[in-house]
Design a protein around this ligand. Structure first.
Ligand SMILES: O=C(O)C1=C[C@@H](OP(=O)(O)O)[C@@H](O)[C@H](O)C1
Ligand SMILES: C=C(OP(=O)(O)O)C(=O)O
Length: 429
């Protein structure tokens, strides 16, 4: 999957599908296993570029990672060691930020970098609180941007109050807390995804949750088996397409249903889509099957505590909103501006060029619909979610084509996306 693509599919979408493993859970499974006192087995690990970056990073720190049938086995080293070379996190913000927390405690010098997109994404949000724990880190452009240089140092247990709900920052600090001299607490303004808390606890770490505050006691996790559910953020493209394309009905099987990630299901219901959720027995993370059937949609308001629960789904929600009657308003989503691209700008520009009625705010947007979309040429800007969202937008272009200038980025999180979409569209392009 390289270079440009002309999309000319037709709906409706019909059928059942599985999506690859959850990206957030996959990163954590590799990284936490690398810190553990005994080997771990991971089933359902996402095979995509972002997780590949975390895999190479933990190998550079001394872990051995092997594919063994349906499992990926991680053998942790006695102690993590100074990487011999610069650690390239590619396009992955999660890899870079979580690694800052771990490397802060690894003796020696580490350098973290990434692709052109990642090198434009802010890191001060992890540097400043880690420094309060005694960590020694530096970054480019006045400590704002990667590459990041880290020199391992003794860390102090510290209480942090975050201004932004960010699971990456929370996780980086909790990981640093595992190596500190006393408990570390992280309090956030709204709950961000809590995979770190659940997995560390499952691996025997002493961790207490009190409302929006999480406290970790220093110590090493023990290895175990991690079951990775399908990624609801990947399923979102197909669920949103099905909700808005008349005659569609799709089922996403075995997707993660962690409540800190299911904001999209609330929004689909609020907009009028028919949604059926069938939970399966939990294996670490909650999971189940989700069926979405098209229905006339109406606009909704997305703000406050809901936003972190669907932050990565907002680009495709913007597409869906163009097909809903009335106004959809997204607020409190300034974070979209510092993802793989400025997603408010990328999506606002692409949808407006396709004929949508979009008004952008500093922290969100308003979209009035329904509007038929027209053909458009899209710059995907190294942003997988922009590429996949605009491939969905093409389904509403009434036979018109959407030109994506670069779809290689889809391999970041969902390499089989176009195959799954083709199949649900009846194989028709
Ligand atoms: O912790 C994680 O796995 C992630 C947290 C979110 O980022 P922030 O922590 O910056 O909100 C999300 O957008 C990203 O895709 C994955
Ligand atoms: C923001 C994302 O990931 P990351 O921050 O890990 O690059 C994403 O996958 O949408």
């Amino acid at each position: 999957m390289k270079g440009s693509m002309i999309c000319r599919r037709r709906g409706p979408l019909q059928g059942a599908f599985e999506v690859p493993g959850d990206k957030s859970v996959s990163h954590r499974a590799l990284l936490f296993s690398a810190l553990a006192t005994s080997p771990s087995k991971v089933r359902g690990l996402l095979a995509a570029e972002d997780v590949g970056a975390t895999r190479r990073a933990v190998e550079a720190l001394g872990a051995v990672v092997r594919d063994e049938g349906a499992f990926v086995v991680v053998e942790p080293p006695e102690r993590l060691s100074e990487p011999q070379d610069v650690v390239d996190c590619g396009n992955s913000g999660t890899s870079l930020r979580l690694l800052c927390g771990v490397l802060a405690a690894v003796p020696g010098l580490s350098v973290l970098t990434g692709d052109a997109s990642l090198r434009r994404r802010p890191v001060r949000r992890v540097l400043d609180p880690l420094r309060r724990m005694g960590a020694v880190l530096h970054a480019r452009d006045g400590d704002r941007l990667p590459p990041v240089v880290v020199r391992g140092a003794p860390l102090r247990g510290t209480r942090h109050v975050l201004e932004v709900a960010s699971a990456q920052v929370k996780s980086a600090l909790l990981l640093a807390g595992l190596f500190a001299d006393g408990p570390t607490t992280v309090e956030e303004p709204h709950l961000s995804r809590d995979h770190t808390e659940r997995m560390l606890r499952g691996m025997g770490v002493s961790l207490a949750v009190d409302g929006l505050a999480v406290t970790v006691t220093p110590g090493r996790p023990r290895g175990g088996t991690v079951e990775v559910p399908g990624d609801i953020s990947s399923a979102a493209f197909l669920l949103c397409a099905a909700a808005a394309l008349p005659g569609s009905r799709v089922t996403a099987r075995n997707v993660g249903l962690n409540p800190s990630r299911t904001g999209l299901l609330d929004v689909l219901q609020a907009m009028g889509a028919r949604v059926r959720i069938e939970p399966r027995a939990d294996e670490g993370e909650p999971r189940g099957d989700v069926t979405v059937e098209a229905a006339p949609l109406s606009g909704t308001v997305i703000e406050g505590a809901l936003v972190p629960r669907l932050i990565d789904e907002l680009p495709v929600v913007m597409v869906m909103a163009t097909q809903a009657r009335g106004r959809t308003v997204i607020r409190d989503a300034r974070e979209l501006r510092v993802k793989e691209s400025d997603r408010l700008a990328s999506m606002g520009e692409a949808l407006a060029a396709a004929g949508a009625k979009v008004e952008l705010f500093e922290d969100g947007c308003a979209i009035d619909g329904p509007t038929p979309l027209g053909p458009v040429a899209v710059r995907t800007r190294l942003d997988h979610r922009v590429a996949m969202s605009m491939a969905v937008a093409q389904l509403f272009a009434d036979g018109g084509e959407v030109h994506l200038d670069d779809v290689a980025c889809v391999a970041t999180s969902f390499p089989s996306f176009f195959d799954v979409l083709d199949r649900l569209c009846g194989g028709g392009r």
